[in-house]
Design a protein around this ligand. Structure first.
Ligand code: NAD
Length: 502
């Protein structure tokens, strides 16, 4: 067991990045604890209403000049930011592991996807182009131009502290808007580090701001008349009942990407070995704290008689449990480890409550991750090993609700129709995957299933930066999504010009 060098060596006290300055907050400081070692690594301020108001003012003042900056010049700032991120790639990744708990490989993947979003946004001169048509009537031309709106708020979740704000931020500033990022107060260090690189990259003051905190900062953004839109990623109750609702009341644009309960289904003709390997990363990587994590596994008996189905079910379930029991759990800076701790003790307790509920409601706990077994000698405070339930029905708590931990629930379905019915009985619609070698079943699945991200022989359906990060039903509130062209559209409004020549 070798632990990579930790980039955070002494306790950091985070400041806000407002108008190009590092500003100490008046708000109370809260400890950020590395969930693997249980050591305090930083203190984050819970900023005040006055501080968010002052940031909106600065961003609003920076807007007129930034929007007049040619797109190529704006893109150059992003190119420099990209280079700096690449130079600090490993440091940025290790910081994510320290503040969140995920393994270094998961963090490197997160850094990569964040950088890819910056890269896509550098294409802004072509991405932001409008369109035109001559002679819509005699001597009259018509064209559409895209313009930035002003100031946007970006509110991040704890589970991807580096990447998620980058689903939005590069596109917002590339299109000429100014932004205020409020990272999750649970792991805000990555966004502070990015702001440091933004400063080095030479973005003008006020264009890219970071204000730490919680509800006060969020409601300050939601209520402020000078904030034109909000990008939120987090849980469904907050996204739907706070963010989407309030944006509707105040007339703001909104993207609210919210919770999930994702289904993976295995058809009898699936390649078992590769399917089980994909399931392990889907259900357990990031310790199940991923909006794209597998949660429910449906074994589908399409075309099989009862005896054949029983054989297929047992073989697949046994392979799943055997693989899950071998997953190595420990500190993510140990490269031999496959999953890290839950983000904090409260989240671990919550997952344990779900496991207890599952047992009470009659599901069979095949693998009990509450018996913690670690690679290395770490406090058990936030760790859980993988768990597997069998005999889960869609109405059981563990089959229905988002657990956000390393727990898999196995269900049965006689055929594809029944499996799709089970998926549709769940209120979420973030992601669903099918494992099969039948093109017909795969086509049927992608055509019918009401989820924003569909996987065919893929366990984690994470859209590339140039595709939208989709979501349906209780997993998404808004119209356009983060990343790529949809983000460009979200951050611009179309203006129509009709010109007569005389
Ligand atoms: P959360 O809703 O608790 O917090 C998200 C953000 O909202 C944080 O910045 C938090 O400080 C703020 N917040 C929390 N409660 C608030 C309130 N009452 N009023 C105003 N602001 C509030 O979510 P989380 O626990 O940080 O993140 C996990 C959730 O995010 C999961 O449900 C997961 O599925 C979801 N998620 C969704 C996607 C997606 O693309 N659909 C991606 C990642 C995470």
């Amino acid at each position: 067991m070798a632990i990579l060098e930790e980039p955070i060596k002494e306790v950091l006290t985070l400041r806000n990045y407002i108008n190009g300055e590092w500003v100490e907050s008046e708000g109370e400081l809260v400890d950020i604890v590395n969930p693997a070692t249980c050591k305090v690594i930083a203190k984050v301020p819970i900023s005040t209403r006055e501080e968010i108001d002052a940031t909106v003012k600065a961003a609003k003042e920076a807007f007129p000049e930034w929007r007049r900056t040619p797109p190529l010049a704006r893109a150059r700032c992003l190119f420099r930011l990209r280079e700096l991120m690449e130079e600090r790639f490993e440091e940025l990744s290790r910081i994510q592991t320290m503040e969140h708990g995920k393994t270094i490989d998961e963090s490197r993947g997160e850094t990569r996807r964040g950088i890819e979003n910056v890269e896509v946004a550098t294409g802004i001169p072509s991405l932001m182009m409008g369109y035109n048509l001559e002679d819509i009537a005699a001597d009259i031309d018509e064209y559409v131009i895209r313009q930035p709106l002003g100031v946007f708020g970006i509110i991040g979740p704890f589970n991807f502290p580096f990447m998620v704000p980058l689903w939005f931020a590069p596109y917002a500033v590339a299109t000429g808007n100014c932004i205020i990022i409020k990272p999750s107060s649970e792991d805000p260090i990555s966004q502070a580090k990015i702001a440091g690189l933004v400063e080095e990259a030479g973005f003008p003051p006020g264009v890219w701001n970071v204000v730490n905190g919680g509800r006060t900062v969020v409601s300050g953004m939601l209520d402020h008349p000078d904030i034109r839109g909000i990008c939120f990623v987090g849980s469904t109750p907050v996204g739907r009942d706070v963010i989407y609702k309030r944006c509707g009341e105040t007339g703001k644009r909104v993207i609210a990407q919210t919770g999930a309960k994702n289904f993976l289904m295995i058809m009898p003709d699936a390649n078992l070995e590769r399917t089980i390997a994909a399931c392990m990363t889907s259900f357990y990587s990031n310790t199940g704290q991923r909006c794209l994590s597998g949660a429910n596994l449906i074994m589908v008996g399409e075309g099989l008689n009862e005896h054949e189905y029983d054989t297929f079910y047992k073989k697949t379930a046994n392979a799943f449990v055997a693989a899950a029991s071998k997953i190595r759990v420990g500190y993510g800076l140990d490269e031999s480890v496959q999953i890290g701790p839950l983000r904090d003790e409260g989240k671990k307790k919550r997952v344990i409550e779900f496991i207890t509920k599952g047992i009470e409601e009659g599901a069979k706990l095949r693998l009990d991750g509450r018996k913690v077994k670690l690679v290395g000698d770490w406090p058990h405070t936030c760790f859980l090993n993988p768990s597997v339930f069998e005999n889960v029905t869609p109405s059981m708590t563990v089959g229905r609700e988002e657990i956000f931990g390393p727990v898999a629930s196995i269900m049965r379905a006689r055929n594809l129709d029944e499996a799709i019915e089970i998926i549709h009985s769940n209120p979420y619609g973030n992601a669903a995957s099918i494992f099969t070698s039948s093109g017909k079943w795969a086509r049927e699945f992608q055509y019918r299933v009401q989820c924003g991200n569909i996987g065919i022989n893929i366990g984690i359906v994470a859209p590339m930066a140039f595709f939208p990060f989709s979501g349906m039903k209780d997993s998404f509130f808004g119209t356009l999504h983060g990343q790529g062209q949809e983000a460009i559209r979200f951050f611009t409004e179309s203006k129509v010009v009709i010109q007569r020549w005389f």
